[in-house]
Design a protein around this ligand. Structure first.
Ligand code: NAI
Ligand code: MG
Length: 338
């Protein structure tokens, strides 16, 4: 029995989360869901997008399954996702991008995982304006990269490779220009790589890497990189396999982990019962793996892939000719599980 904080989220959140919870429960793995609110739903109820009760719940359960959140605009609140990363020191952002047969994605054989440092770099939050006689003439954002943080994320990438039987880690940097920060990141990468002789280590400069990913995505297995580069490359990787509705991400720290879809709350299609539940169900697969429920994880992923390959019980974003809703797709996946 696993205690998990369940945050249904905003917009399409409640509907896709209902679908995902049904699929996860159909595996036979037992969950107790501690249901909490965040985002717009919480802001409307409590005037805060991240209530203390929700934070307390994650401190207790140490694992959250989270729907997309709408960040209230113009209220002075920072992004809930950033706040959660900081509160729980979720230093690793893990995003698999694996092709699905039966989609119109540009590439067929993509199978890569982006592992992004999630708390440092240019997103450390150290920014200020530079004023001359009261006028803003410049601005500065500081990229803080620590040795400890770098070693932690790079080691995480190699351990992830070992656990998931992956063969190659590519470290992405800009060490030719940003010598002090990403140069150090690369140096640490080379040192850590020596401890993992069974895993191939390569490095790439960010701009060349972006081109290489689009020209020849088969080259990549695991990418490990700093915060800003990882933010961009993980979206690029999601695009290679057909985009938002299909990719999931995990935010992982020493004391907690949060599993979610890559997409947002999609207000344009909320309440229409057409949201694709795949991304959040794949987030559920990643959560099952994190819990050590490997057999259930494999069964769910296989069922999702079969349903998408057949292309019948899928939402209209995957096949505009079907009239299949979010819950219908979940049911088709559940039938395939058994
Ligand atoms: P979005 O990802 O919600 O939507 C972009 C487009 O993709 C829309 O046309 C939408 O209909 C479509 N789409 C997204 N998910 C889909 C699904 N599962 N099935 C079918 N189509 C889907 O991005 P947008 O519109 O920029 O953001 C909406 C809200 O979500 C904003 O408030 C934003 O801040 C928030 N957001 C939250 C995230 C999170 O909680 N992790 C991540 C990204 C955005
Ligand atoms: Mg991003």
């Amino acid at each position: 029995m696993y205690n998990v904080t369940l945050i249904p989220g905003d917009g399409i959140g409640p509907s896709i989360m209902e679908a995902a919870v049904r699929v996860l429960e159909a595996t036979g793995v037992k969950f107790t869901w501690d249901k909490q609110i965040a985002g717009m739903t919480a802001y409307e109820a409590d005037k805060t997008p991240l209530p203390q009760e929700t934070i307390d719940s994650i401190h207790r359960t140490r694992i959250a399954f989270k729907g997309p959140l709408t960040t209230p605009v113009g209220t002075g609140f920072r992004s809930v996702n950033v706040a959660l990363r900081q509160e729980f020191n979720l230093y690793a952002n893990v995003r698999p991008a694996i092709s699905f047969e039966g989609t119109r994605a540009r590439f067929k054989n993509v199978n890569m995982v982006t592992i992004r440092e999630n708390t440092e770099g240019l997103y450390s939050g150290m920014e200020h304006d530079i004023l001359v006689e009261g006028q803003k003439v410049a601005a500065e954002s500081i990229a803080l990269i620590t040795k400890v943080g770098s070693e932690k994320i790079i080691r995480f990438a190699f351990e992830y490779a070992k656990l998931h039987h992956r063969k190659k880690v590519t470290l992405v940097h800009k060490a030719n220009i940003l010598k002090a920060t990403t140069g150090m990141f690369l140096e640490i990468g080379r040192a850590v790589a020596n401890e993992y002789p069974d895993i191939t280590f390569t490095d790439k400069i960010i701009d060349a890497c972006a081109m290489h990913m689009v020209m020849d995505p088969d080259f990549f297995d695991i990418i490990v990189t700093t915060n800003l580069f990882g933010d961009i490359l993980s979206d690029l990787a999601a695009g290679l396999v057909g985009g938002l509705g299909l990719t999931a991400g995990a935010n992982i720290g020493k004391d907690a982990a949060i599993f979610e879809a890559v997409h947002g709350s999609a207000p344009d299609i909320a309440e229409k019962n057409i949201a694709n539940p795949t991304a959040i169900i794949i987030a559920g697969v990643n959560m099952l793996e994190h819990l050590g429920e490997y057999e259930a994880a494999v069964r769910v992923e296989r069922a999702v892939r079969e349903v998408i390959r057949e292309g019948i019980a899928v939402t209209p974003d995957l096949n505009p000719e079907t009239h299949c809703g979010t819950q219908d797709m979940a049911e088709a996946i559940i039938r395939r599980l058994n």
